[in-house]
Design a protein around this ligand. Structure first.
Ligand code: FDA
Length: 536
C-alpha cells in the first residue's frame, strides 16, 4: 500500500495532509492535525516506521485502507463521514502513541479490529476523528500444554481457529461462526457460536487481557483491576479503552465432531414448534442445533417457508442419531445428511464454505459484502403454531430468500453462567435468541428504505412474542434504532439507559460506574458507548 514513507516523505505527507484537510467531509482545525502529527512523530520510537502506516485522504491508498474491512455497504457511500486519519500500527507502542496523541489533539478516536460492526461504529463519527485500525496486530500464540492462547485483537476468528487447529486436534474455542470477524470487537461484546451451549461465549473464556487506557498506558488484568477486566468482557467495544490482546482458555473438543445442515420444506411449522421445546431444554450441551428460516418459492409458484437445522454435535454420528431419534424423531435426520470431521474443519463448513482448503480460514475477505440491516430479540416462552404462521407471513412480505431469521438455542452452559459473571446478561430463562436479517445489493435510497421499513415493522409485530420490560437485545448485533448517544456521546445516564438496559439489563449500572472510574471525560465513545456519570 502506498503510504507516507521516508522521513522526507513523512514531512511532505504531514504538510500535504494539513493542506488538504479542509476538503474532506467536515471542516477541521489545521492546528489540531499539526499537533496530532507532531505528537506522533515525537512519541513514536521510530517516526519513519509509523509514517508508513498513516493514511490521510491525500494518499491514493486511503480509500482501500478504509474500505478494507467495511462489511455493511450502507456505510461505504461518499456521504458517510470519513476519518481524517487512519493508522494501522505494527506494534503496541505505536498504538499507544495514537491513543495518547489523538486525545491530546482533541479529536475522537475509533478503534477497529475486524470492521464487522452492524452500524459501522468502528469507522463512522460526525466529529473529526482518527481510526486506529488493528489489522496489523494479529499475532496468535497457542500454548497446547496449558490449553491457553494469547490472541491480538486484529486477528480474525478464522485465523484463531486455524492456529488452534494447527497445534491440536482436541482443543477449540467457543466464538462466532463468521470467520472474518475481528477478535477485538467480537470478544468485547460477548461472541457466541456453535460451542456456546457447551462452553458459553468467547468472553466467558477470557482469562487475561492487555488494554491501552485513555492516557496511552498499557495495562494487564492485574494492573487494570477486576472491575475493568469484568467490563471489557462483554460491555461493548469502543467504551473502555483499546484492548490489544486477550489471553483465552482453550476448550476440549473430540477428535471427530458431527456437522449437518438439514433442509426441510415440509411441515416447517410443526418442526419449528417442536424445536422450541427440545433444542435448549432437552438436547445435551454437546448438541447445538440452530435454525435458519427463510421464504422460498414452492412448486406451485407460491411463497413457502424453508427451515435449515444447522447442527454441531461434539461426538460421533451414531450418538447424534440416537439423540435426535429419541427426542426429535419428527426431523427424520438421516446418516447421509451428517458429516464427521475435525472441529477446525467444522468451523469452515459451518460458515457455509465446503470443498475449500483449511487455509481459507486465513482469508480476511472470505465473505460476501452487502447492504444489510439486522436486529435481535430474546425469547422466553415458545411461540404457538398460530403465531409461527403469522411470523411466516411477515417473512414472506420480503422478496424470497432476502429476509432470514436465525434462531440460536440457549440452555446448557448458557443457563448455568450467572447473569452478572460478565456484562452479557442473557442467561437462564432464555429459550432462544432471534437474529433478524435483511440483505440487499442495490444501494439506492428507495431500495434501502423498503428493506429498513420492512425489518422495523416486523420487529414491531414481534414485540408481543419476545422478552419485555426491557425488551432485550444482543450487544454485538448493534442496532441504533433502539437508542443512541446524542451530541458525540455526551448523553445522560437516563438517555443511555434506554438502550443500555436492553443490551446489559441490570449490569448497565455497574458498567457506568466502571466507565466513570476509567474514562470520566468520555474519550472512548461511539453512538452506543457507556457514558460516564460526568457526561450528563
Ligand atoms: P469492529 O472492528 O467493527 O468493532 C466493533 C466495535 O468494537 C466498535 O465499536 C469498535 O470500536 C469496537 N472495537 C473493535 N476493536 C476493539 C478493541 N480492540 N478494543 C476495544 N474496542 C474495540 N457475532 C456473534 O457473536 N456470533 C456470530 O456468529 C456473528 N456473526 C457475524 C457475521 C457477520 C457477517 C457480521 C457482520 C457480524 C457477525 N457477528 C457475530 C457480530 C460481531 O460479533 C460484531 O459485529 C463484532 O463487534 C465485530 O467485531 P469486529 O472487531 O469485527 O468489529
Amino acid at each position: 500500500m502506498e503510504t507516507c514513507g521516508s522521513s522526507y516523505l513523512l514531512k511532505l505527507c504531514f504538510s500535504l495532509a494539513l493542506f488538504c484537510m479542509p476538503f474532506v467531509t467536515f471542516a477541521t482545525d489545521k492546528h489540531t492535525h499539526q499537533d496530532f502529527f507532531q505528537c506522533l512523530s515525537l512519541n513514536s520510537a521510530n517516526a519513519t516506521s509509523i509514517s508508513k502506516v498513516i493514511y490521510t485522504p491525500i494518499n491514493s491508498t486511503y480509500t482501500s485502507a478504509l474500505d478494507l474491512s467495511i462489511q455493511n455497504l450502507r456505510f461505504r457511500t461518499p456521504s458517510v463521514p470519513k476519518p481524517l486519519v487512519i493508522v494501522t500500527p505494527v506494534d503496541v507502542s505505536e498504538a499507544q502513541a495514537v491513543v495518547y496523541c489523538t486525545r491530546k489533539s482533541g479529536m475522537q478516536l475509533l478503534v477497529r479490529s475486524g470492521g464487522h460492526d452492524y452500524e459501522g461504529q468502528s469507522y463512522i463519527s460526525s466529529a473529526p476523528f482518527v481510526v486506529l485500525d488493528l489489522v496489523n496486530l494479529r499475532n496468535i500464540t497457542v500454548d497446547v500444554e496449558g490449553a491457553t492462547a494469547w490472541v491480538e485483537s486484529g486477528a480474525t476468528l478464522g485465523e484463531l481457529y486455524y492456529r488452534i487447529g494447527e497445534k491440536s486436534k482436541t482443543l477449540g474455542f467457543p466464538a462466532g461462526v463468521c470467520i472474518t470477524i475481528g477478535v477485538g470487537g467480537h470478544f468485547s461484546g460477548g461472541g457466541y457460536g456453535s460451542l456456546m451451549r457447551k462452553y458459553g461465549l468467547a468472553a466467558d473464556n477470557v482469562i487475561d487481557a492487555q488494554i491501552i487506557d485513555m492516557n496511552g498506558k498499557l495495562l494487564n488484568r492485574k494492573s487494570m483491576g477486576e472491575d475493568l477486566f469484568w467490563a471489557i468482557r462483554g460491555g461493548g467495544g469502543g467504551t473502555f479503552g483499546v484492548v490489544i490482546s486477550w489471553k483465552i482458555k482453550l476448550v476440549v473438543v473430540p477428535e471427530k465432531v458431527t456437522i449437518l445442515a438439514a433442509v426441510r420444506r415440509q411441515n416447517v411449522t410443526s418442526l419449528v414448534h417442536k424445536w422450541q421445546y427440545v433444542a435448549a431444554q432437552v438436547f445435551p450441551k454437546e448438541l447445538y442445533m440452530s435454525l435458519i428460516l427463510q421464504s422460498t418459492v414452492g412448486a406451485d409458484g407460491k411463497p413457502t417457508m424453508l427451515a435449515i437445522f444447522n447442527t454441531l454435535y461434539l461426538g460421533g454420528v451414531d450418538e447424534l442419531l440416537n439423540i435426535t431419534g429419541s427426542s426429535f424423531p419428527e426431523l427424520g435426520l438421516t446418516r447421509e445428511e451428517c458429516l464427521e470431521t475435525s472441529w477446525v474443519n467444522s468451523t469452515l463448513n459451518f460458515y457455509g464454505i465446503t470443498g475449500q482448503p483449511l487455509e481459507t480460514l486465513l482469508n480476511r475477505t472470505a465473505n460476501t459484502r452487502a447492504y444489510f440491516k439486522n436486529k435481535s430479540d430474546y425469547v422466553k416462552e415458545p411461540m404457538s403454531e398460530t403465531v409461527l404462521e403469522e411470523v411466516w407471513k411477515w417473512i414472506q412480505k420480503e422478496d424470497p430468500g432476502v429476509a432470514v431469521m436465525q434462531w440460536e438455542p440457549y440452555g446448557g452452559s448458557m443457563s448455568e453462567i450467572s447473569e452478572s459473571a460478565i456484562p452479557f446478561p442473557h442467561r437462564a430463562g432464555n429459550v432462544f435468541k432471534i437474529h433478524y436479517m435483511t440483505t440487499w445489493t442495490n444501494g439506492s435510497a428507495e431500495e434501502s428504505n423498503r428493506h429498513l421499513s420492512w425489518i422495523r415493522s416486523f420487529y414491531g409485530f414481534m414485540a408481543a412474542h419476545v422478552s419485555k420490560s426491557p425488551r432485550l437485545a444482543y450487544m454485538n448485533y448493534r442496532d441504533l434504532d433502539i437508542g443512541r448517544n446524542k451530541d458525540h456521546g455526551r448523553t445522560s445516564y437516563r438517555q443511555a439507559s434506554v438502550w443500555g438496559t436492553k443490551y446489559f439489563n441490570r449490569n448497565f449500572d455497574r458498567l457506568v460506574k466502571v466507565k466513570t472510574a476509567v474514562d470520566p471525560d468520555n474519550f472512548f465513545r461511539n453512538e452506543q458507548s457507556i457514558p460516564p456519570f460526568s457526561s450528563w
